[in-house]
Write a protein that binds this ligand. Sequence first.
Ligand SMILES: C[S@@+](CC[C@H](N)C(=O)[O-])C[C@H]1O[C@@H](n2cnc3c(N)ncnc32)[C@H](O)[C@@H]1O
Length: 250
Amino acid sequence: MDDPPQNIYNPDFVEKLFSQMSGTYDRMNTITSFGFSVHWRRQCAAALHLQPAMKVVDLMTGMGESWPFVLNKIGREGELVALDFCPEMIHFAEQQKERFPGFSVSILQENALQSSIPDQYADAVISTFGLKTFSPEQLDQLAAEVWRILKPGGTFAMVEVSKPGFWALRYPYLFYLKKVIPKLGKLFLGNPESYRMLGVYTELFENSRQAQKTFERAGFEVQYLRFFAGCATGIYGKKHARFPNALSKL
Ligand SMILES: C[S@@+](CC[C@H](N)C(=O)[O-])C[C@H]1O[C@@H](n2cnc3c(N)ncnc32)[C@H](O)[C@@H]1O
């Protein structure tokens, strides 16, 4: 693997990367995943068993690609808070919002690691393809933040493109991520570098096992999710009410 730039987990670097890709991200994402990204978002949302009138937070919302799968469950009585720190992605999210008149969607341009979302606001938190650009320390912060904004009993589900465990799939898939996608990126963007970085992040991310451990350490009960032979993996978890120490010893 070529040496990645040193600061790849720096929020400014990540934000700039997505601002460069914002005009093409949506199409590229669907084409390069052969349409699977849409399916994986749907499965991730389905894991949450959302109900009408629930309050849901979509972290790293991008252009609101996961909203249809959330809004069709929570309905017009529900509330969706969508957060992303990249102004260009938010610009497209604002356009996406117009496709859902009558639904309650609030868009926040903020860092997911320190948001203004109130404590215990959400029944559920979703995040699709937003994990790979976090370092292990930032994942710790993310887990603490998800714990903070979820109500007791609340659930979260996250999915990320991953390196398949099965070698016969692993090498062609990595070749595709690292060599073919940048070429497609060049076709669309005239600059393959941003899309090459997605392959770099995926190779470093590997799969959602680290995220699973991190969220378990934060206090969640976590289930590991595998999609399409591990080409995407994710985590689903629940926040159990914490009892004061004295009570838990009874
Ligand atoms: C790969 S895109 C995923 C977008 C969308 N959720 C989807 O399903 O395609 C990752 C998004 O996460 C955002 N992001 C990354 N780190 C973030 C952070 N710390 N706070 C807020 N947004 C962040 C980026 O700006 C980008 O829009």
